[in-house]
Design a binder for this molecule. Structure first.
Ligand code: NAD
Length: 257
């Protein structure tokens, strides 16, 4: 299956799941725009390397997904897109009474509002072409909750609701919008949670991974960024033309419990 001639923008894609999605889309022939808020030589080198390996055009564009204007500017500076993957995300773990307000605001802005802004900016171009794919990287926490993750769970549930709404507004126009709900994927975001979880639960690293993180993941295996990439490519295929407004869990059975 080829996505040759399609331009994909993947927000928050200089590491982790976003990078895995960019790799998979490029391997399927799409031109890709890699994004994060930094503007370092290594970010641009990452895109150049990816493009060279897959024989596609790959560029890095810095834009801070916590800022609505920057989200919209990313889409217009890229010249629009056929495939939009809203992936940028951060996490903070704290009981709700002491949850820092600035962390709440940042998580809602980056994990949820950014998708509102990029989608609003990308849709006119997709409608003009009569084809588009919007893939929102939500989470098992878009369907279930865990303690100490108030902002993240609220934002991810919001991402699922946003996906359904956009799907309805685009139904029958060649444009689909879905949310992928990964369970735990071992990425820098998850690595960064381990010390907090060790402190909160008073456990060592291995025990936190086995008993806290993978406790609800019956496979007892992390999902991989490549698997989320493969699921994204599937959602961009003709086979997924009538899949819209729904969620696909890649969670080792978490939400079957
Ligand atoms: P990660 O930290 O490796 O990647 C997050 C990406 O977002 C990075 O590229 C980072 O630079 C970018 N980012 C952060 N703040 C940004 C900002 N203000 N502007 C632009 N980019 C910004 O984490 P990850 O685990 O790969 O997470 C990617 C997405 O997948 C997130 O939305 C996360 O919630 C979701 N997710 C992750 C897991 C998991 O277990 N890792 C599970 C379910 C969902």
């Amino acid at each position: 299956m080829t996505l040759q001639g399609k331009r994909a923008i993947i927000t928050g894609s200089n590491s982790g799941i976003g990078l895995g999605v960019a790799e998979a889309l490029a391997a399927a022939g799409a031109d890709v725009v890699i994004n994060s808020f930094t503007d370092r030589a290594e970010d641009h080198a990452l895109a150049a390397d990816l493009g060279a390996r897959h024989g596609v055009t790959a560029v890095y564009m810095a834009a801070d997904m916590s800022q609505g204007d920057a989200c919209r500017a990313l889409i217009s500076l890229a010249g629009g897109c056929d495939i939009l993957v809203n992936n940028a995300g951060i996490q903070h773990v704290s009981p709700i009474e002491t949850f820092p307000v600035d962390k709440w605001d940042a998580i809602l802005a980056i994990n949820l509002s950014s998708a509102f802004h990029t989608t609003a900016a990308a849709l006119p171009g997709m409608r003009a072409k009569g084809w588009g794919r919007i893939v929102n990287i939500a989470s098992a926490h878009g369907l279930t909750a865990s303690p100490f993750k108030a902002a993240y769970v609220a934002a991810k549930h919001g991402m699922v609701g946003l996906s359904k709404t956009v799907a309805l507004e685009c139904a029958g126009q060649g444009i689909t919008c879905n949310a992928i709900c990964p369970g735990y994927v071992l990425t820098p975001l998850v690595e960064a949670q381990i010390p907090d979880q060790m402190k909160t639960h008073g456990m060592d690293r291995e025990t936190v991974i086995r008993e806290v993180m993978l406790d609800r993941q019956p496979s007892k295996q992390f999902a991989t960024s490549a698997q989320i990439g493969g699921t994204t490519v599937f959602l961009c295929s003709d086979a997924a033309d009538q899949i819209t407004g729904t969620t696909i869990s890649v969670d080792g059975g978490w939400t079957a419990l």
